[in-house]
Design a protein around this ligand. Structure first.
Ligand SMILES: Cc1cc2nc3c(=O)[nH]c(=O)nc-3n(C[C@H](O)[C@H](O)[C@H](O)COP(=O)(O)O)c2cc1C
Length: 356
């Protein structure tokens, strides 16, 4: 059956027309325009909000409601820090600052002073999210508390968690989430592992879907390495109930990334992606560049998430302004060399029209 005509458990649970989810992008790369375009075309548009203040989460939900009457997701990171990563002593801050200083100097800048906090707190964000009550709350890096999940149910917010292993999928299922993203290691962006080290759960999407589907009650959404109608059909054939697509949507002009990053996703440079902790302290896949090469050699000296993410984020803001791609994260999944579409509408049509 053609993808456009496929009604699955996931489409029913999330109230969407097609089994296609535009994956959320954290770190300022989501836009309400991209998410609303996908939702209006019958998929589930998502907005990655983990770096947003609580008040901005409410604004994003309002903006999305103004742009679409179809369901959309807002996404948060449940674990907002790794041990030791939420606060650095002045001496530690200065030590890490010295690692970053030569890069800032190249851009004619000094290392900025320490912020009040390196990352917003999940507790404050989830309050704002519950208040905003988006149709779907998707999350990574953990399982929200029973109280939060109960509140979601009470407010008719569909919950979607992400797993990188059988154990994580079962934990989400036992907590009663409505759908589970099976996130394969070919995916772009972060590896959202929460029960084991990300490096120890590097399972491909095809294998993970087959491992998870028979073991959980919730419908499974396959994520990682999908960018075409045959890719979606393949994961549905393995028992997934929908496909979540990230890199192919990130490459579209509606996404929040830079023109330089977008161009590289369509370039031979995207044949060489790497899973690295150098940008945020958490393992994530992006195009290899000078920063990943030089910082991999100093990994042991870098602080945990989110302190590392803050330093790299400050550098990124300055480097992007200078149109530099050697010092910034260039998130990409392994499927990038096959990308062809430059707008979300074209990409959605390819999924819906190219399917047999
Ligand atoms: C730039 C980027 C940022 C991402 N940020 C998030 C995020 O904040 N939350 C999340 O659940 N998934 C995030 N993801 C994962 C995607 O939503 C999606 O699951 C993944 O990209 C699918 O694999 P693919 O890139 O091979 O299509 C991100 C992916 C990318 C490429």
């Amino acid at each position: 059956m053609r993808i456009r005509d496929r009604s699955t458990e996931a489409t029913k649970v999330m109230g969407i027309r097609h089994p296609i989810v535009q994956g959320p992008f954290g770190g300022g790369l989501s836009t309400t325009r991209l998410a609303a375009t996908v939702s209006n075309l019958g998929g589930l548009g998502s907005y990655g909000a983990h770096a947003l203040t609580p008040s901005r989460i409410g604004e994003v939900a309002r903006e999305l409601r103004g742009l679409t009457s179809a369901p959309f997701a807002i996404n948060l990171w449940v674990a907002d820090h790794d041990p030791g990563g939420d606060a650095l002593s002045p001496a530690e801050f200065a030590r890490v600052g010295r690692i970053f200083a030569p890069y800032f100097r190249e851009l004619g800048l000094d290392v900025p002073p320490p912020p009040e906090r390196f990352h917003p707190s999940f507790e404050a964000q989830i309050e704002a999210l519950l208040e905003a009550a988006p149709p779907v709350f998707s999350f990574v890096f953990g399982v929200p508390s029973a109280t939060v999940l109960r509140e979601c149910r009470r407010r008719n917010i569909v919950t979607v968690g992400a797993a990188t292993s059988i154990a994580e999928a079962v934990a989400l299922d036992e907590a009663g989430v409505d759908a589970i993203v099976a996130s394969g290691c070919e995916a772009g962006g972060h590896r959202p592992s929460f029960l084991a080290r990300a490096e120890d759960t590097l399972v491909s999407t095809a294998v993970l879907v087959q491992l998870v589907v028979p073991r959980v009650r919730a419908p499974v959404i396959a994520a990682g390495g999908i960018a075409s109608a045959p890719g979606i059909e393949a994961v549905l054939g393995l028992g997934a109930s929908a496909a979540q697509i990230g890199t192919a949507f990130l490459a579209c002009e509606e996404s929040g990334t830079t023109d330089e990053h977008r161009a590289l996703l369509f370039d031979d440079a995207a044949r060489d992606t790497v899973l690295t902790r150098t940008f945020t302290g958490r393992l994530a896949r992006g195009i290899r560049n000078r920063f990943t090469r030089e910082m991999e050699a100093r990994l042991a000296e870098l602080p945990p998430f989110p302190a590392q993410s803050w330093f790299a984020g400050q550098l990124k803001a300055a480097a992007v302004a200078a149109r530099r791609t050697d010092l910034v994260s260039l998130w990409s999944g392994q499927i990038a060399p096959n990308l062809r579409h430059h707008t979300a509408t074209e990409l959605m049509s390819s999924f819906l029209e190219d399917s047999k």
